[in-house]
Ligand binder design. Structure first.
Ligand code: ME8
Length: 673
C-alpha cells in the first residue's frame, strides 16, 4: 500500500422504504471505484449507511404501528443483506441512531456555536405539508406549492438558525478555486448559479418533532435531519469521539458520491457547515443521474416485469453490477428496462466475454493438454491493442468514466475475436500440431488478453474476474495495477477447471418465469402522500430534494391516487371467475427455481394444469391436499413449455407469495366473491 488514502462515501439511505435500483446503483458505483483504488494500491476507506431520523421515518413507522427505531432496525437488515448479495466491500456502515454519530453531531454543532454562527429565532413562512417544505411567497404558484400544487399554510416555528447567508461569498470563492469540487461540470454550474442567486439563513432545528438527535443545550428541539445526516461522513470516522484516529487518517473525503437530487445539500450546506466548524472540506462531490423506470411499459407489457431482486437471485451479482455500470453514462439519466438487461447479458456477457473465454480456453486445453503454451510472445498486434486499451482504461477509471472503461475492455475482446479468426489456430494445429511456434504464440496471446480483461473487469464483476482467472489457472491472488502488464501469464502452466461464465438466456422463457416468480415487493410502509425526501425547514428552499422528474412524479401520483375512472364496477369484477380449487398433485418444474406444476380440481370432472411461481415459499408436498383460490377464466399461458390453465392467488410479502387459505372443507369449484 502506498500510504495514500482514499475515502469514498455513498449517501446514507432513508429507512422508510426498501432499497431499490437507485440505491443499488450508487453503492455499486462506489464499490467499483473502491475496488479499483485498492487495486492501485491506495489505502481505501469506503462508508455507507442509513439515515434514520426525521419526520419521514417517524410517519412511516406510525403508519405501521411501530416505533421509528423498530422500523429502522427492520429495514437496515435488508440493506445489509443486499450489500452482501452484491459483494459490496464497505469498510463501515453507519446508522444515524448510533451513539458514535450523536457524539459527532453534537461536536460539530458546538463548533458552529463557538464560531457565533447559530442563533435562535422565529421562522414564518408558507409550509406545504404534502412536501414538508417551506417556500418563500415568491415561489408559490397560484398560492400553492410549486412542486405538486398542494395547498400551503402560513406557519410559524421557533427554531435555531445557521448563518448560511454569511457563507455565500466564501462558498463562491471555494468553487472558483476548486473547479473539480463538483462533477459533472453541468452540476457545478447549477450549484454556482444557485449560490450566486443568494443564500438565506437556514433553520437547523425542529421543535415540533421528537424523532431526532436532541439539540445540544436545548433538548426541546431536535437537530434538523440534514445537518444530522451530513455529519455521518465525519462521525463514522470518530469525529467527536475520544478515539479519532480514523478521522485524522481519512478526512477530508476524496469523493462523496450522491444522486443529483441531493447535490445542493452536499455542495452548499455541507461545505458551509464545515467552514463554520473550521474543518477541511471534502475534495469532490459527484452527482450522478437518475434511473428512470418506464412505468407504463413495465406495467402494461405482459411478461417483461423483472425486479432487481429476481435478477440478483437468478444471475448473481455480476450481471446486474455490469448492466448498471455499462448502461448508464455516469452523470446522465438512464431508463431501467428488463429487456435491455437481458439484451446486454446475452450480447456483452454470454456472447462477448463468455464466448471469447470459452473459445480460447477450449483451444488451449485441446492443443496443449490443459496447459498454457510453452512459448510466450512479447511483440504482436494483439499486445499493441491491449497496451493501448490498458492505458485508456486507467485514464477512464481515474476520471470516473466507468462506462468508457468497460467499452475499452469490450473493444479489446472484439479485437481478440478478429485476431483468432485471422490467425485460424485450428489450421495451424492441423498443419503443424502442438509444436507449432505460431500456434503457441497465437494461443498465448489469446489467453494473455483474457487475463488482462479479467483484471480490468475485476472492480466491476469481482466474481467473474475470479472465475476467469481460475480457469486460466491463476486463482487466489490479490490483483494490483501491476497485473495489467503484458506477459503476466506464465508459460507451460496448468489451466484451471472448465466452466461457463455466462450461460445464454432465452429471453421469452425468462420473462414468463420472472413474471410469475416475482410479485412486486411491498413497500415497507405506505407513505402518507407521494411526498419527496423530507425537505429542509429553511427560509429559502434551496433544494427541494427528492424531486423526481415530472413524468416520474406523475406516474407515482397516478399509482398512489387512483382516479375515479380507474375504479371498476361490480359487473367488471364478476367477470373474473374466482373458484376454490383442491391441489391434487404438485411438482417442481425442472430447471426452474420457483415454478411449480399442479393438477388442480376445480370441480370440473377433469383436473387443470396450473403453473405458478410459488416454489420458493412452498415445497410441492406442502401443496398437495391444500385448498386455495384460483382464477378460473384466465387465458392459458405457456411457462417453460407448460400450459398453465389458470392462476393461483397469493398475497405478496416482500416478493414472497403466501397463498390465500380456505376455511373448512369447501367443495372444489365453489365460486368466490
Ligand atoms: O436522500 N436513480 O436518502 P434516499 C439513481 N437520506 N439513484 C438513486 C435513485 C434513482 N432513481 N433513487 C435513489 C437521502 N438514488 C438522504 C441522503 S446523505 C447525507 C442523506 C440514490 O434514501 C441516489 O444516490 O432518498 C440518491 O442520492 C440516494 O439514493 C437518495 O437516497
Amino acid at each position: 500500500m502506498s500510504g495514500k488514502t482514499f475515502y469514498i462515501t455513498t449517501p446514507i439511505y432513508y429507512v422508510n422504504d426498501l432499497p431499490h435500483i437507485g440505491h443499488i446503483y450508487t453503492t455499486v458505483v462506489a464499490d467499483t471505484i473502491a475496488r479499483y483504488k485498492r487495486m492501485r494500491g491506495l489505502d481505501v476507506r469506503f462508508l455507507t449507511g442509513t439515515d434514520e431520523h426525521g419526520q419521514k421515518i417517524d410517519r412511516s413507522a406510525r403508519a405501521q404501528g411501530i416505533t421509528p427505531k423498530e422500523l429502522a432496525d427492520r429495514v437496515v437488515g435488508r440493506f445489509h443483506e443486499l450489500w452482501r448479495q452484491l459483494d459490496i466491500t464497505h469498510d463501515d456502515f453507519i446508522r444515524t441512531t448510533d451513539s458514535r454519530h450523536h457524539a459527532g453531531v453534537h461536536a460539530i454543532i458546538q463548533r458552529m456555536v463557538a464560531k457565533g454562527d447559530i442563533y435562535r429565532g422565529d421562522y414564518e413562512g408558507w409550509y406545504c405539508s404534502g412536501c414538508e417544505a417551506y417556500f418563500p411567497e415568491t415561489q408559490l404558484v397560484d398560492g400553492k406549492c410549486p412542486d405538486q400544487g398542494h395547498p400551503v399554510e402560513l406557519t410559524k416555528e421557533d427554531s435555531y438558525f445557521f448563518r448560511l447567508s454569511d457563507y455565500q461569498q466564501r462558498l463562491l470563492d471555494f468553487y472558483a478555486q476548486n473547479p473539480d469540487f463538483i462533477r459533472p461540470t453541468s452540476r457545478y454550474n447549477e450549484v454556482v448559479r444557485f449560490v450566486e442567486s443568494g443564500l438565506r439563513d437556514l433553520s437547523i432545528s425542529r421543535a415540533s418533532l421528537k424523532w431526532g438527535i436532541p439539540f445540544p443545550s436545548d433538548p426541546s428541539h431536535v437537530v434538523y435531519v440534514w445537518l444530522d445526516a451530513l455529519t455521518n461522513y465525519v462521525s463514522a470516522l470518530g469525529f467527536g469521539a475520544p478515539d479519532d484516529r480514523l478521522y485524522e487518517r481519512y478526512w477530508p473525503a476524496d469523493l462523496h458520491l450522491v444522486g443529483k437530487d441531493i447535490l445542493r445539500f452536499h455542495c452548499v450546506y455541507w461545505p458551509a457547515f464545515l467552514m463554520s466548524a473550521e474543518l477541511p472540506l471534502p475534495k469532490q462531490v459527484f452527482g450522478h443521474g437518475w434511473w428512470l423506470k418506464d412505468d407504463a411499459k413495465m406495467s402494461k407489457s405482459f411478461g417483461n416485469v423483472v425486479r432487481p431482486d429476481h435478477l440478483l437471485e437468478r444471475f448473481g451479482p455480476d450481471p446486474l453490477r455490469y448492466f448498471l455500470l455499462r448502461e448508464m453514462t455516469f452523470g446522465l439519466d438512464a431508463g431501467f428496462s428488463d429487456e435491455a438487461f437481458i439484451g446486454r447479458y446475452n450480447a456483452d456477457l454470454a456472447n462477448g466475454l463468455g464466448n471469447a473465454a470459452s473459445r480460447v480456453l477450449a483451444m488451449a486445453r485441446r492443443y496443449f493438454d490443459g496447459r498454457t503454451p510453452r512459448q510466450s510472445c512479447g511483440a504482436n498486434k494483439l499486445r499493441l491493442k491491449a497496451d493501448e486499451v490498458v492505458q485508456r482504461y486507467f485514464k477512464a477509471m481515474d476520471e470516473l468514466e466507468l462506462q468508457t472503461a468497460l467499452e475499452a475492455v469490450w473493444e479489446l475482446l472484439g479485437t481478440l475475436d478478429g485476431y483468432v479468426n485471422d490467425k485460424a489456430p485450428w489450421s495451424l494445429f492441423k498443419a503443424e500440431g502442438a509444436a507449432s511456434e505460431s500456434l503457441q504464440r497465437v494461443i498465448y496471446n489469446g489467453l494473455e488478453t483474457l487475463r488482462l480483461a479479467a483484471v480490468m473487469v475485476s472492480p466491476f464483476m469481482p466474481r467473474t474476474a475470479g472465475a476467469l482467472l481460475g480457469q486460466l489457472g491463476l486463482e487466489g491472488k490479490a490483483l494490483t495495477a501491476g497485473d495489467l502488464v503484458w506477459m503476466g501469464l506464465p508459460t507451460d502452466h496448468a489451466l484451471g477447471p472448465e466452466g461457463t461464465l455466462f450461460p445464454r438466456v432465452d429471453a421469452k422463457e425468462f420473462f414468463a418465469e420472472a413474471l410469475l416468480a416475482t410479485p412486486a415487493p411491498e413497500p415497507v410502509a405506505p407513505e402518507p402522500s407521494p411526498a419527496p425526501v423530507t425537505p429542509p425547514p429553511e427560509t429559502q428552499p434551496v433544494a427541494r430534494t427528492g424531486q423526481l422528474p415530472p413524468e416520474v412524479v406523475a406516474a407515482a401520483v397516478a399509482e398512489a391516487v387512483k382516479p375515479e375512472e380507474e375504479l371498476i364496477s361490480i359487473d367488471e369484477f364478476v367477470r373474473i371467475k374466482l373458484k376454490v380449487g383442491l391441489i391434487k398433485n404438485a411438482e417442481r418444474v425442472p430447471k426452474s427455481k420457483k415454478l411449480v406444476r399442479m393438477d388442480v380440481d376445480l370441480g370440473e370432472g377433469t383436473f387443470r394444469q396450473i403453473v405458478a411461481g410459488i416454489g420458493a415459499t412452498y415445497a410441492p408436498e406442502q401443496l398437495v391436499g391444500r385448498r386455495a383460490v384460483f382464477v378460473a377464466n384466465l387465458k392459458p399461458a405457456v411457462l417453460m413449455g407448460l400450459e398453465s390453465q389458470g392462476m393461483i392467488l397469493a398475497a405478496s410479502i416482500e416478493g414472497a407469495p403466501y397463498l390465500l387459505g380456505v376455511e373448512g372443507e369447501v367443495a372444489p369449484g365453489t365460486g368466490v366473491k
